[in-house]
Design a protein around this ligand. Structure first.
Ligand code: 4NP
Length: 155
């Protein structure tokens, strides 16, 4: 899960997907990172932590980190929050770039629309709440898709 700072959006995405995956019995590895992670080692934004906690998701122990090209080796799928994240991931990836691994998280809700999850950094708690709901919906669809794939491969 990738955003700009790894402070607001992608920590929420990591926490929400990890929780939903665990609840549905999927042992998947989920991490988040920022394309310009200026606060390495820092915890997520207090509003992200608060909105997560209000929804039963604990992101308080996450630590901010920079997205690196080697993440293309470690992960099957890289979800970005917005278009600038997509461009930054492509730049950072260099020779590791693999278009098939990268998608907009919101394409899980509105396929092929490349819809942005807006950056809540300069706004109030309400913005974080809207971002939470968008990410929550996308992750639910992702878990649903994984379940369908699993059922198909079991047949
Ligand atoms: P994020 O939000 O990309 O959702 O983590 C931001 C976090 C930090 C900054 C901008 C956006 N910043 O300018 O430091």
């Amino acid at each position: 899960m990738v955003c700009l700072g790894n402070i607001c959006r992608s920590p929420l995405a990591e926490g929400i997907l990890a929780k939903q995956a665990a609840e549905n019995g999927f042992a998947i590895e989920v991490e988040s990172a920022g394309t310009s992670a200026h606060m390495p080692g820092c915890a997520p934004h207090k509003y992200s932590q608060r909105i997560a906690a209000e929804n039963g998701v604990d992101i308080s122990r996450q630590q901010c980190r920079q997205f690196v090209a080697e993440d293309f080796d470690r992960f099957d799928k890289i979800f970005v929050m917005d278009e600038s994240n997509y461009r930054n991931v492509r730049k950072i990836a260099g020779e590791k770039w693999n278009q098939h691994k990268v998608d907009f998280l919101m394409n899980l809700v509105t396929p092929n629309c490349n819809q942005d999850i807006p950056d809540p950094w300069y706004g109030n708690l309400d913005g974080y709440s809207k971002v939470f709901d968008m990410i929550d919906k996308a992750c639910k669809n992702l878990v649903h898709n994984l379940k369908s794939e699993l059922n198909q491969s079991a047949k």
